[in-house]
Design a protein. Structure first.
Lengths: 235, 840
């Protein structure tokens, strides 16, 4: 074990189809030129959704997710926020959310433009919450939609797939959520406290990118680590 | 006939019914004194603990009260009312239950007794289980998990109403785990269903028999004990330490040096049982033995990861005396009769004196003849450990671990099970649970928290009332809210949480995962396979295999004969060196007079240490510092086992970092630990800038421990086990993982959220208690720190000392898992930069 190396920078600057993009290690994307913060797959109220089916998960996942979101909003002070789909784990999630958490969410939304991109888990607008629900939205040279399209990728930012990456070094395996991009398309990591991940080497993810240019920006404790596609392992 | 009857004394004849007397007499045998004594005590209504060595006829003794009772019972007439199980036999292993069915069935048949004996295990087909519920056998042989299922069913009351005896085989091994906690709760429930039942515990020799005696009877009033019958071991085993002409290695665990001599020993004996501590050692030893097996002797391999069919084949060959040697891990540890073993070899550290004695007991099932055993130390420290174990065996010293208090995750499982059986009153269940020895000290507030956990998750934020699994109704009874809850309970019953495993499937080489599958060789932990790349080789199932890739829940491998294998790095021996043996080893090192008993090369090594550095006194802690290369090393010799050393290393490293000693890393072995860094720690101690007394102060077990634990992968792993046992997350079954991943939440994420939002949650308390006792061995560390207060001996050296060589050799060989993952990411990202700078 090596305690000497200490990463320095907190974010990674990337050029995304001609737009400057900051990839935050907490799993969010910030476009400074548009004062736009993007998070994807919050899956709020996943805990209570599972509890309905008998698995009594701690009822704090919404609280944890919102706390992290607040941290980001305080750091970046965005004017626009896009929640890139699957914001709630199911269609009743918004209605089920305990009042204190709902109040916290409303406080975060206050004073900024807020877009709920419709996801497969939450195709309808969240009950009783402000903000605009859209199927997709374009900002600058980028277009934001929940599920990556099969067609032209240039400038697409999507979520849905919960990308994760795995590397092996010195006999040890490290698995983290990640941003996946080949410079044209970006797939966002899932942001929710209870969201799992899908390995980038799985066909449904891998096929979205130009392999030679693919990088995983793996989420570290205090920065993101750009890892070349060739170093990534399945599983 | 009359002459043969005279074999028995008056008491025997009075106790045993006629068919038994005749059966013994026809064989010219007579029952042993302890068998008759146990019968007499049981007939007087007592519960009994029988402590006896292997081969003493323990099993027959345990069943005599049942058999004589059943023989005297009138046979059931057609149309007569339902008659429940008379005797329940619980063993830790399925295989043992099956074995007993055979061994007990034979005499019962020969005596012509109308007694039905059946097994019920995970392998029992559904139709047979159904039939057993309607027509129970007189004697049911089963496992703790099956008992938990039986008492959680709605007809438990009827099934067990006539229960007279519960026989616990290998009780010493059952009681030391969470399995034992669950079993003790099951027993408490049985006692409520059948208040007259008596228990009979069969055990090997243990350090604290009274703990087992309490376990067997209700702790109401607290402290009650079962009767005790102890049979002195017959002939003392003849144990020797392999006196090798070869050089005993400094470090490592393979004992390759001894293989030619072991092979000769196998040739000289009929059947040799070779025990090792880990599966990887088993694989290596097996390979090495075949390498020198010029006579082509039938030598087999047996460990828990191998395919079941393969294991059964080996076991059968063993029983048929078709094997000359078998290399085995602890899967063969327990009291199964494996034919005529005339030599036991123990390769590697014995870890504990009692463990060693139990393993040697395998050999030679006739207790009047001495067992023969050879100990083979794999390195120099193990030579001393073997010596200490041998001496302990000679004086009969026992170092079995103490019994721990019952854990709360197991209690939660039991509470849910109780609700599945029938609606319960919290007051009555609490009283019942406190009769179980591990839970005798349970307080009501904790119990109520556990019930709350079972009902709604036990969260401070009360948002799950409507999703409750159990609910208290108007009559004051708790009942399950939906039949689905009982189904879920049945799927998740038990306390054995295995690391996720993948099947290892044999395929043709070079075709990757596109190949068609061949046979399954067994199972390997997912975390090990994750570290392999296609093309890597490893040893498994006695073969060198090439890793081809993973497809779904299977790892594809091909033949790689002739290659050098990278060995499965299964985490060292599971059992830490016992405190007793550790103390003995320190005693040997401190006392040159005892070195005569050691091989010359080991004694020379200690002499060299005395000359070059210093030998610690028995109760002292030696700390050496020296430079080497561009680094500075600190070696600490606590002899407290790898787990305690890893925890200590983590904590010391934190403190050294605060003291600006710039530590870089550490490695821990069973005997010592090494920390290295950029600054001269010896110089810092010499100049007073670093105080060893402060460094090793017991307060490290306070805040530092808490801070480190919070992030520790060890705690996450422990949490997962607790959460599964307590029923918060479901057991993973092979093949389910892929589809499950989208739906379920990983235990790590649950842990993080729970710790941040409700750090006092009952599952987190259970996790911390578990980790303290198990993976981190904090209890032992605390004892050590208090022992060495004011007794730390520091020696600053110019260069590495002889005693430090073994642990220094571990550096690079033993990766510390889990922590500092970001450093690895950083390195990988660094590679990328190099890649980008280099020619393309």
């Amino acid at each position: 074990m090596n305690l000497a190396a200490r990463p320095q920078d907190a974010t990674s600057l990337a050029d995304l189809n001609g737009e400057a993009a900051m990839l935050d290690h907490r799993g969010a994307l910030f476009l400074p030129d548009h004062r736009l913060l993007v998070v994807s797959d919050l899956h709020l109220e996943k805990g209570s959704a599972l509890a309905r089916r008998g698995a009594l998960m701690p009822p704090y996942d919404s609280a944890a997710t919102l706390a992290l979101l607040r941290e980001l909003i305080e750091v970046y002070r965005p004017e626009i926020v896009i929640s890139l789909g699957d914001s709630f784990h199911d269609g009743w999630g918004a209605a089920r959310m305990p009042e204190p958490f709902r109040a916290r969410l409303m406080a975060l939304m206050d004073g900024r433009e807020w877009f709920w991109v419709a996801g497969n888990h939450d195709p309808e607008p969240p009950a009783g919450l402000p903000g605009s629900t859209v199927r997709e939205i374009a900002v600058g040279r980028l277009v934001f939609r929940h599920e990556p399209s099969r067609a032209d990728a240039a400038g697409e930012v999507a979520g849905h797939l919960h990308p994760g990456a795995r590397i092996v070094r010195r006999g040890r395996s490290v698995r983290r959520r990640c941003f996946a991009t080949d410079g044209r398309r970006l797939v966002m990591p899932a942001f929710g406290a209870f969201t799992g991940m899908l390995n980038l080497r799985e066909r449904v993810l891998w096929g979205l990118f130009e392999p030679a240019r693919l990088h995983a920006y793996m989420l570290g404790r205090d920065r993101v680590y750009p890892i070349a596609g060739a170093l990534l392992r399945p599983g | 006939m009359s002459e043969q009857i005279s074999l028995f004394d008056g008491e025997t004849a009075a106790r045993l019914p006629e068919p038994f007397l005749r059966w013994f007499a026809e064989r010219g045998w007579s029952p042993r004194a302890h068998q008759i004594e146990l019968l007499a005590r049981a007939q007087r209504g007592a519960s009994v603990l029988l402590i006896a060595p292997t081969g003493a006829g323990k099993t027959l003794a345990g069943f005599l009260p049942s058999l004589t009772g059943l023989a005297a019972r009138a046979p059931r007439k057609p149309g007569q009312a339902f008659r429940g199980v008379h005797t329940l036999y619980i063993s830790p292993l399925k295989a043992l239950a099956v074995d007993i069915e055979r061994n007990l069935g034979k005499p019962v048949a020969e005596m012509g007794l109308p007694i039905a004996i059946e097994t019920r295990t995970g392998d029992t087909p559904t139709h047979k289980r159904q039939r057993q519920k309607h027509v129970p056998p007189d004697i049911l042989l089963t496992t703790p998990e099956q008992l938990a299922l039986l008492i959680a069913s709605a007809d438990a009351e009827r099934f067990f109403a006539g229960l007279r005896y519960v026989v616990f085989d290998e009780l010493h091994s059952l009681v030391v785990s969470k399995r034992g906690h669950l079993l003790s709760l099951g027993l408490a429930r049985l006692r409520r269903l059948a208040p007259d039942l008596q228990t009979i515990g069969l055990s090997a020799t243990v350090a604290d028999p009274d703990a087992l005696r309490r376990w067997l009877v209700p702790q109401h009033p607290p402290g009650r004990m079962a009767d005790r019958i102890a049979v002195e071991g017959g002939a003392k085993p003849e144990i020797t330490i392999l006196a090798s002409d070869e050089r005993v290695p400094w470090a490592g665990h393979s004992a390759r040096y001894a293989v030619p001599e072991l092979y000769q020993a196998i040739r000289r004996h009929n059947t040799t049982l070779l025990f090792v501590n880990t599966r990887s050692q088993a694989e290596i030893l097996f390979q090495e033995l075949w390498r020198v097996n010029e006579d082509g002797l039938p030598i087999a391999l047996h460990h828990g990861s191998l395919d079941v069919g393969q294991r059964r084949k080996v076991e059968k060959a063993m029983a048929d005396n078709a094997l000359r040697a078998i290399v085995a891990t602890s899967t063969l540890d327990l009291g199964i009769d494996w034919g005529d073993v005339d030599l036991v070899v123990h390769v590697g550290a014995p870890k504990g004196a009692s463990r060693l004695a139990q393993r040697i007991g395998r050999s030679n099932h006739r207790m009047d003849e001495p067992s023969r055993a050879i100990l083979v130390p794999a390195n120099r420290f193990e030579v001393m450990e073997c010596r200490a174990a041998l001496e302990a065996n000679y004086i009969g010293a026992q170092d079995t671990p103490p019994l721990l208090d019952g854990t709360l995750d197991v209690l939660a499982q039991h509470v849910l099970g109780a609700a599945c059986a029938a609606p319960f009153s919290a007051d009555a269940l609490f009283d019942e649970i406190r009769t179980a020895a591990p839970y005798a000290a349970l307080d009501r507030a904790t119990f109520d928290k556990v019930v709350d956990f079972v009902a709604t998750g036990g969260y401070a934020l009360k948002s799950y009332e409507r999703y409750a699994r159990i609910r208290r109704t108007k009559d004051g009874l708790w009942r399950i809210s939906h039949p689905r809850v009982a189904q879920q309970y049945r799927l998740n019953v038990g306390t054995i949480i295995e690391a996720p495993m993948l099947n290892v499937r044999y395929v043709r080489a070079g075709r990757g995962t596109a190949s068609r599958g061949g046979p399954v060789l067994g199972k390997v932990e997912e975390y090990f396979l994750e570290t392999l790349s296609p093309g890597d080789t490893f040893m498994f199932s006695g073969k060198v295999l090439r890793f081809e890739g993973i497809r779904e829940n299977e790892a594809y491998v091909s033949n790689a004969a002739g290659s050098d294998a990278m060995v499965p790095s299964y985490a060292g021996g599971k059992f830490p060196l016992s405190s007793y043996l550790a103390d003995q080893v320190r005693g040997i090192i401190a006392d040159p007079a005892r070195w005569q008993a050691l091989p010359a090369q080991v004694a020379d090594w200690l002499r060299l240490q005395r000359d070059k550095s210093v030998l610690p006194k028995r109760r002292d802690l030696l700390v050496e510092t020296f430079p080497r290369g561009d680094r500075h090393y600190m070696i600490v010799y606590p002899f407290e086992g790898r787990l305690a050393h890893q925890t200590l290393s983590m904590l010391l490293t934190r403190r050294l970092e605060r003291a600006r000693a710039q530590p870089l890393g550490f490695v821990a072995s069973e005997y010592a630990l090494a920390i290295w860094g950029l600054r001269d720690m010896g110089g810092m101690i010499g100049s007073g800038r670093l105080s060893l007394a402060e460094l090793f102060d017991e307060d490290m077990l306070g805040d530092d421990l808490e801070a480190w634990l919070a992030e520790s992968w060890l705690l996450k792993r422990t949490f997962r086990a607790c959460a599964v046992i307590a029923g918060l997350i479901e057991k993973r079954y092979p093949g389910q993982e892929k589809s499950g991943r989208q739906v379920t939440v990983s235990a790590d994420l649950i842990y993080d959220v729970l710790r941040a939002h409700e750090p006092d949650h009952i599952l987190l308390s259970a996790t911390r208690a578990d980790a303290a006792a198990g993976l981190l061995d904090i209890h032992r560390l605390g004892e050590m720190l208090s022992r060495i207060r004011g007794r730390i001996v520091h020696k600053h050296l110019e260069r590495i000392s002889p005693l430090a060589v073994p642990v220094m050799l571990e550096i690079g060989r033993e990766p510390v898992t889990g922590e500092a993952n970001d450093v690895l990411l950083s390195e990988a990202a660094g590679d990328l930069i190099e890649d980008a700078m280099g020619p393309t």
